[in-house]
Design a protein around this ligand. Structure first.
Ligand code: SF4
Length: 423
């Protein structure tokens, strides 16, 4: 049974439960269903949106990686995944069956958010926090069709594994239903690495096609990579960057292979005697390894990650990324640059005015270029005697930058259990 003494609140709505770190919601699920420790099928939080105006959502703040923070509690929700990647805590923690909300429930919530945005003159973006939004392709297509039919589109972000994005119809529907950014766990460009962590369903030779398929529909990717896998050697960062830089511009993120407690990876490394910090979660240190990689040193793996972050968000790389989408509306390009600043901040935190000043100064040429173009468009728009001409497929007039609110929605959970329909 649960030992109350073992529950200790950590930062950001994370709690210690026995030897694991769990979110606020998961803790409640544990408390409801002990001793089985399975997530509750009964507990489903009511949406706060009917009571919370957009200004409140804005005030609560958001993180692209962790969804909206409501009342200080983190609301990233895990709902299970059948894939069972060795390093991932989702399958072990939530099981390999998935529960779905009804399409109507999700569509109604989107419509309500859309109505609030219209009423309050703001804009809102949604983060579908499902661990793998399209894990059941048939259901996902059905949901997206219902969103389109109900005219419930809002800009949204979701996490989808690369193998599911082979489906052209799915990608068409994602774009038509308001999808903007897709988080993809690429993990590695090395097939041996992927096989070693039970993620052989990722095919590196498909990555380029997947990202181009998205970009053709104005969808862009947050691509996630893990260094320090068993087949990684010094130079893994440059080898990975060599590929990333040929892809449509996205937001790459890099981390180290981390043996999370109770994952198969943790068990394997423990058995092999390779854990260097067996209780690393009690001494959280971002971007520090907790085990020894096979073909490189711990320090070398950490240096590779630092190099990947530095090179991916350098002023030169930012310029190249923005130049490669020069056919996009200026508002989109400015948004992309701002997103790049924030993503760089994952590794190099922007903690104060000095950090921001340095970032702006280092990117001054690009900022000046975009600002000049925006002001020029604004001026021409103001002067009604001059028409602004843009390509018909990308027609979007420059407008005052809207205040965008990010809201998290989960597609799966409660109500009904269903057979998986995994492509
Ligand atoms: S596909 Fe993603 S969520 Fe599913 S087990 Fe693998 S890493 Fe975890």
């Amino acid at each position: 049974m649960q030992n109350k003494a073992s529950q200790k609140r950590g930062g950001g709505g994370i709690y210690k439960y026995h030897n694991s770190l769990i979110s606020h919601e998961s803790r409640l699920a544990h408390q409801t269903h002990l001793p089985f420790c399975a997530p509750s099928r009964l507990f489903y939080p009511r949406s706060p949106a009917p009571a919370a105006g957009l200004s409140m959502i804005s005030r609560l703040g958001y993180s692209p990686c962790h969804g909206v923070h409501r009342g200080g509690a983190e609301h990233r929700r895990h709902r299970g995944c059948p894939y069972g990647c060795e390093f991932c805590s989702v399958t072990g923690f939530f099981g390999d069956s998935i529960r779905f909300r009804s399409n109507k429930s999700v569509v109604d919530e989107l419509l309500m958010l859309k109505a609030r945005a219209k009423k309050e003159g703001g804009e809102i973006a949604v983060f579908f926090v499902d661990d793998n939004f399209a894990i059941n392709i048939k259901r996902t297509k059905s949901l997206l069709k219902d969103i389109i039919a109900a005219d419930a589109q809002l800009p949204w972000v979701a996490q989808i594994s690369a193998n599911l994005l082979r489906d052209e119809e799915l990608v068409d529907l994602i774009a038509d239903a308001g999808g903007k950014w897709i988080f993809i766990g690429m993990e590695s460009i090395d097939t041996e690495n992927l096989a070693s962590v039970n993620k052989g369903f990722n095919k590196p030779n498909e990555y380029t096609a997947v990202l181009q398929r998205l970009a053709q529909r104005n969808l862009y990717a947050i691509t996630s990579f893990i260094f320090g896998m068993d087949n990684d050697t010094v130079g893994v960062a440059d080898r990975t960057l060599g590929q990333v830089q040929n892809w449509p511009p996205g937001l790459p993120v890099f981390g180290l292979l981390t043996p999370l407690p109770a994952t198969p990876l943790y068990g394997r490394l423990l058995k092999e005697g390779r854990l260097t910090r067996p209780k690393h979660w009690f001494d959280f240190a971002p971007f520090e390894m907790a085990h020894t990689p096979l073909k490189m040193g711990i320090g070398e793996a950490q240096d590779e990650v630092k190099h990947a972050w530095t090179a991916s968000y350098s002023p030169k790389r930012n310029q190249a990324a923005i130049d490669s989408i020069s056919d996009q509306p200026i508002q989109f390009r400015i948004g992309h640059l701002i997103a790049r600043f924030f993503f760089r901040g994952i590794y190099f935190p922007l903690m104060g005015k000095r950090d921001w000043f340095n970032t702006v100064f280092q990117n001054r040429k690009l900022i000046f270029q975009l600002t000049s173009e925006a002001l020029g468009l604004w001026w021409r728009k103001k002067d009604s005697s001059i028409n602004v001409t843009v390509k018909p497929s990308r027609t979007q007039e420059i407008t005052e930058a809207p205040q965008v609110h990010l809201y998290s929605i989960e597609n799966s959970k409660t109500a009904e259990s269903t057979e998986l329909d995994v492509a």
